[in-house]
Design a protein. Structure first.
Lengths: 178, 178, 178, 178
């Protein structure tokens, strides 16, 4: 139901964004990119190597803010294209319901998901991706790991702020948690 | 995972709220209160008669803003207690995933869900409620209708801004859409 | 997790099938084929014109029995290929959870979903389909209708045994119930 | 939609059951009993100590066959009452959709979920339970463990045939997988 009068998504200057971040929760989307076989079974999980809000360089899934005037689907598409490159072909889910809701708080004790900058409510989706993917812009690297590798101690320790848990929840949703 | 250091939810003065509402999407929750039988089947849907953002007096489900520092579950609890009274006993779902996401825009063409005040992203839940319910504070009335009545033309026309559609989506999720 | 020792799906002779059908519920899958846009929004629903268990020629979604030894994903794939042709490219969902469970009973009063032959428990999925589709084998026709058309009185009356309700539940799950 | 003409669930003699078990997949339900706080968060998971189809005495969730003529909700209720006692008050979910589908095969390589007796397709639900619970009939014991304990190596090793994985998938669905 887009229309000629649809609102143009609004970017905020840095100081404005800092101002609102102290007053209301931000809306975010998290997308766990996966490669699936012809029967839809998850074979690989895509993990970015990227600079995180907590100052670390860590493995993470695709994540970003939903802008004023932007739909959830448009935001998912924008962040996936930004992080996986323009040749990636994400298959956005037919249902708008996320598989889980991730609540990020500055306080690490609050929910186990942390973001020192803000309180954010993130809708999390598993997104099968076809086509060639390459890390673009801020991501330093993109690796595709098997479900077993994704939950291995080595890989889980490379994720901070609860990103490791998002990956496990996503694999469980897909019936592929080892 | 609550803690002694948990953030106190932040209320905003009216002008502050107006300011941020023009800059970022707001996080909301929608709760469709239902009465269920001992097997969990929805028998009744609770509809409030209330003053809506569009200026009408209309039938609606429980809905409200998530405050800075407040979890989704705390917010659901607060809005259900406010609208159904302190003797209501809502059974919040074990899973944090909403059954659908409702995107409200000022522009009625954008998604079919409208709120003239803001762009809001609302997590929608079906919430079985036990105990005595009575409309409190802003609600003028609370009626429990059957699934058949809830989707009847008469009742649907008493709902504005897409509230009728939320009720149909909730009934479908519960397998009770006639 | 297929393996060299995997069980070969077992077909039953007609009299054997009749025998077990009177003793245990059958496992079925229902797949609602959809065309989606690049953002994953449902634009069309695929309806077969086919001979139904109740003896009518009616519109219906893809539906079929899960064989002994066959996984749900293999069964979905087999029935979609059989009904939509070998050039159809179904995108099976990453999650094994159906959006609803349809319980068919011989008695039309029991659940509203009827099958005069048996008690069947069917796992229902919304399946985006790419590629060329053509009705194969038993289906007489395949039509792609918009969500509005799918719930119109004319189309709904062409569906029997609760198939119209499955289509509405699927559209609701996809956030596209008008 | 029960009715006076509703089919009476059909029990099968042992040899009849053995016969159909070799011909079609059986319909099962799995219920993971949980204790939740007033906000719906899972605090404890209920694990039975019981004699399993593989001949071991192991920890397991509530599980059982759906009879001919029985609805999924009736079957869930029957098995929960049988295993947790008549004073248990299970809160069956409003939605008929399971959080996952568990496919049991005799071959342990097929899906990771095994049942030497049969191919079974099981609809799995997380079920909050109130009231007094005590193991009845075949169960030797019932223990309530925290999410952390449930996924600890000690407890996970007491579960066979994939029961440990069902518990992890259930906790993930509830957002409580550590």
């Amino acid at each position: 139901m887009s229309s000629p009068t649809e609102t143009v998504p609004v970017w905020l200057p840095t100081d404005e964004l800092a101002h609102v971040r102290e007053r209301v929760p931000m809306v975010y989307v998290d997308a766990v990119p996966v490669r699936v076989d012809h029967l839809g079974r998850v074979e690989r999980v895509g993990l970015l190597l990227t600079s995180r809000p907590d100052g670390t360089i860590s493995r993470a899934v695709v994540s970003g803010r939903v802008l004023y005037g932007e739909t959830i689907r448009e935001s998912l598409w924008r962040h996936l294209a930004k992080d996986l490159g323009s040749e990636a072909e994400p298959q956005l889910p037919a249902s708008p319901a996320p598989f889980t809701v991730v609540e990020y708080f500055p306080d690490p004790q609050r929910s186990g998901f942390t973001d020192p900058r803000q309180h954010a409510v993130s809708l999390a989706y598993v997104v099968p991706v076809e086509g060639h993917c390459e890390p673009s812009q801020e991501a330093l690297d993109l690796t595709w790991v098997t479900p077993d590798e994704a939950v291995s101690e080595g890989v889980q320790q490379e994720m901070t702020g609860g990103q490791d848990r998002i990956v496990r929840l996503a694999l469980a949703h897909a019936g592929r948690l080892p």
